[in-house]
Ligand binder design. Structure first.
Ligand code: GTR
Length: 439
């Protein structure tokens, strides 16, 4: 193709709403959106041990199978992460009892991971309903462009971390400015969340690790390097695992805050941050409820379906997201000892909600639903209700068992409809006392 035509084609694709990231290295990649072309596949059985023995009792899930599956995800998909840093410190930077027109308590807390406050730190932004009885249940979720983008509140600190340049958000030279205040507020209906009696805790994912491939030089990855090591080994954390690790560090703080109900911490994430939320929730049982919104490949969607985004496509466009070993499964999904229904199963017996959008074919809505369905035998083994039938769900007809699911009309996004259902789901489970510790 002559370069002029190529430029026109790229411009056209951008006009059609194909994101720049989907274009990177995507010249050769043609996603399959035809259900008839989904390959025949057999899923690994979450209730069969690595040695071939079928488990039949809940105790075997807790003592044996859950550990095996966690380990498989760790070494083949997301990579091993370290634990809680010994010298972690929490610094309360701001408390206001009169935020958002007097409706909210706002706190801003910085989490420093290393001694002497060296290295990157994570800034939490917390809103709690001022008049609700404390401690309150909270939703926790990472955001894409900085805390100051979730609401126009002028007192939210602007992140100093690396931010992707964006004309729309007024970001140049990878530094956020006041121009992006409140720009993502449609995804964070804070006033409504407070009205329904919940608090919101958010933090910028780039505080933990900037989302671009730099061979793991910046962000928290160097924390684990030993001796001359300057790159994670093939089974050590990629960026998704680092962001998930950051979410657990946020809980380290939340557990110390008396205004927050530490047994009612719901975790949610959208898209790549939905993948992150599922992996964080799978590992850290302090998250009492987990929500994935449009998380797609590497999140809730079954990899073996190869519908929309695939493992190879993710490893090409975002080589830093998963661990090195994940690249062994490019175009070889059937050799992976896990599939994503087992990630959902790891959240049992805690409630887990999967949300899809009808037009978000790149994320394979039906594959997201099927993961929830195929995780169901694990939930049933431990006495909980999952998804009763594998039939394609109807649009806007949410299912709310211990596994929940909805598909709404529209595009890849987080909408008020999604949030209302997440809060309905949390209302059901938190009021009935289904919590992390009641398994
Ligand atoms: C896309 C990526 C998806 C999803 C999405 C997002 O480009 O292919 O896996 O994570 O980005 O995070 O918005």
């Amino acid at each position: 193709m002559n370069p002029g035509h190529k430029g026109t084609l790229l411009a056209l694709l951008v006009l059609l709403g194909v994101s720049a990231e989907q274009l990177i290295g995507a010249q050769e990649f043609k996603p399959n959106y035809d259900e008839g072309k989904v390959p025949h596949y057999t899923l690994p059985d979450p209730l069969v041990l690595n040695d071939g023995t079928r488990i039949t009792r809940a105790t075997q899930w807790w003592t044996r199978r859950r550990k095996e599956i966690l380990r498989q995800f760790e070494i083949n998909v997301y990579g091993k992460a370290p634990g809680r840093p010994r010298d972690q410190e929490f610094i309360e930077r701001d408390v206001s009892k009169k935020a958002l027109g007097g409706k909210a308590i706002r706190k801003q807390v910085s989490i420093f991971f290393l001694k002497g406050r060296a290295g990157p730190h994570l800034d939490l932004l917390i809103y709690l309903p001022r008049d609700a009885q404390k401690p309150v249940p909270v939703f926790v979720g990472l955001n894409f462009h900085g805390n100051h983008t979730v609401n126009a509140d002028p007192d939210i600190a602007i992140t100093e971390s690396w931010v992707r340049n964006s004309e729309e958000l007024g970001v140049t030279e990878n530094q956020a400015t006041a121009a992006s205040r409140g720009k993502n507020s449609s995804r964070w209906p804070i006033e409504r969340i407070l009205e329904r009696g919940y608090g919101l805790v958010t933090a910028y994912y780039g505080d933990i690790d900037p989302d671009y491939d730099d061979e793991f030089k910046n962000g928290v990855h160097p924390f684990i390097y030993r001796g001359f090591q300057n790159h994670p080994t093939p089974d050590q954390w990629g960026s998704l695992a680092a962001w998930a690790w950051g979410l657990s560090r946020a809980v380290d703080y939340l557990e110390t805050d008396r205004d927050i109900n530490k047994r009612r911490i719901a975790l949610l994430g959208h898209s790549r941050l939905g993948k992150t939320a599922l992996w964080a929730g799978a590992q850290d049982q302090r998250f009492a409820l987990v929500i994935s919104n449009d998380s797609g490949c590497g999140g809730a969607a079954l990899s073996r379906r190869r519908f929309g985004e695939t493992i190879e496509r993710i490893n090409t466009a975002f080589p830093h997201w998963c661990c090195g070993n994940f690249k062994n499964y490019n175009e070889r999904e059937n050799t992976l000892p896990v599939d994503q229904h087992m990630l959902i199963a790891l959240i049992a017996s805690r409630p887990v909600y999967i949300a899809s959008a009808e037009e978000d074919l790149w994320a394979d809505p039906y594959g997201e639903f099927l993961s929830a369905y195929h995780a169901t035998p694990v939930f049933e083994l431990i006495g909980k209700k999952g998804i009763p039938s594998g039939q394609k769900p109807e649009i806007s007809r949410p299912i709310m068992n211990t596994i929940g699911y909805h598909i709404r009309p529209g595009k890849h996004d987080v909408t008020l409809y999604d949030w209302e259902r997440f809060m309905d789901f949390a209302d059901i489970h938190f009021k009935r006392g289904t919590t992390a510790e009641s398994k």
